[in-house]
Design a protein around this ligand. Structure first.
Ligand code: HEM
Length: 203
């Protein structure tokens, strides 16, 4: 049970902290997310998971936050249970393997603008959500993150519920900093942010 709390708490909250930071830095993206929330939920009904399919832009923004936030840059270290050959490379049994997720999620041949926050990475020309095979923040294969689906549900619900009620911005005179510190996960450096209540809708 402790493993699940350790693996599940900091990862999700760190991703959300990157998310609100990017919303403050890119107010035009934040506004488009809020337009989508207003269209699908209005102000009175809280977003639910059933709404996700109707919110491709918000879904794309969350995916892009996870890609560029890159919170587990070197995944989990693994040990080869048996010897294998991948192309020319022979990996003997017992080899320690450190998967480099960063190299995939910032790969210049996979992403149009790898170093720039760009939700269009996950949208087609009609604005529909598109999956990308190089999106692997949860790892890949047999030992992919056990909590992937739970994490995606949590991210969607917390992100949309907060953006329904608040707009995030930097305090006057504070320059946005996208600096990070590497602990267990790759974290945004502590930042100051304003959560300004949105005007209730007038009917
Ligand atoms: C945004 C949130 C999360 C991210 C980015 C994330 C990322 C990862 C990554 C990269 C791995 C290694 C996968 C591999 O070796 O290929 C992993 C493993 C794991 N994660 Fe997550 N995780 C998240 C949330 C969660 C949550 C919410 C839980 C559980 C409640 C969880 C439980 C686990 C467990 C148990 C493993 C080990 C699986 C195994 O060894 O078979 N994670 N996670």
């Amino acid at each position: 049970a402790v493993d699940l709390f350790v693996a599940g708490s900091e990862t999700t909250s760190t991703t959300l902290r990157w998310g609100f930071l990017y919303m403050a830095k890119y107010p035009e993206v934040q506004e488009k997310v809020q337009e989508e929330i207003d269209r699908v939920n209005g102000q009175s009904r809280q977003p639910s998971l059933a709404d996700r399919a109707d919110m491709p832009y918000t879904d794309a923004v969350l995916h892009e936050v996870q890609r560029i936030g890159n919170i587990v840059p070197l995944s989990l270290h693994r040990t080869a249970a048996k010897g294998i050959q991948i192309g020319k490379h022979i990996i003997p049994k017992g080899t320690e393997i450190i998967p480099n997720l960063t190299s995939v999620m910032f790969d210049k041949s996979e992403w149009e603008t790898p170093d720039t926050f760009n939700p269009q990475h996950f949208l087609d020309k009609e604005g529909k959500f598109v999956k990308r095979t190089a999106f692997i923040p949860f790892g890949a294969g047999k030992r992919v993150c056990l909590g992937e689906n739970l994490a995606k549900m949590e991210l969607f619900l917390f992100f949309t519920s907060l953006l329904q009620r608040f707009s995030f911005s930097f305090p006057a005179g504070v320059m946005p900093s996208m600096e990070y510190s590497l602990g267990v996960t790759l974290n945004p450096a502590p930042y100051e942010i304003c959560a300004v209540p949105r005007q209730p809708e007038h009917h």
